[in-house]
Design a protein around this ligand. Sequence first.
Ligand code: NCD
Length: 330
Amino acid sequence: MTPHIPKTVRKSPYLPFGDHKNAPFYGMDILSVRQFKRDDLEYIFGVAHEMAGMVRRVGTFDLLKGKILANLFYEPSTRTSASFTSAMERLGGSVIPINEVRYSSVSKGESLPDTVRTLEAYADVIVLRHPEVGSAALAAKYASKPIINAGDGVGEHPTQALLDLFTITEEMNRVDGLTITMVGDLKYGRTVHSLARLLTLFNVRLNYVSPDILPMPEDVLAEVQASGTPQASYSTLEEVLPESDVIYVTRVQKERFADEAEYEKVRSSYVISPETLKIAKEDMIVMHPLPRVGEISMDLDTDPRAAYFRQVEYGLYVRMALLAMVLGKA
Ligand code: NCD
């Protein structure tokens, strides 16, 4: 659907009762970070702040009481699925979890359009993770209820990018003027594809540090270039670490490699330890979408610059905000 315009052709004759149909994002899909402008981000982060305050004060409240989320995951997930579940339940709603599609009708060969058209009869919003690029857009084409892309293969992971950006704003108090260095598997890591695109809305400098065979894809580089955002690629972190305000570390995405021997060659290319950070700024932060599998040593966890577990918590508030918004309650 066209961003910012609620779905007009609703296949269900029953419009949800009592929703604020003029609320921003009401009924919208969240498919790509390309659909957001800076004003949208300010709005989302404002709502996320309110969610954080409410969680601190009361824990759980009834903003989405009676609403149902279908969590449809065709790929493994811990944080994304659990955080959407937690977000929905903290808002008083409930969740249909479909994490093991091998136990569902998908394993009988059911198509994605059929699965989502079925689930939307039961649920008010569908969160989808799927191995194919474009799968969320395909689902959105068939569904009349909002689809939230929780990762479409090596494509995008827009809600992760939103929570990453929220983390940067909360931790650094600004985004403009920062130098952000993305490290690791930039080819297959969908989180960095979305984050780099989202950061083009700000005045930042982007550095990419990756093994030769795992560079940032050409289409992302071209979009960043077209936005006028300065960007440069490096093979060692040491070259750019002293100037970096944020380093965003990623896991080498083993599941995307056709040849395991190739994975073995690059899996330990970068390991961030307290020793590594000796040349980094005092007030920089280290982020990671998690799971980590050795790219950041556990010794770093007690360093105040290690922001990755705080990032997990920011993610809860951003996902609460997104659910409330697409369901017309924020
Ligand atoms: C990421 C993903 O699934 O793309 N995880 C997440 O959602 N936090 C990153 C990864 O799997 O490496």
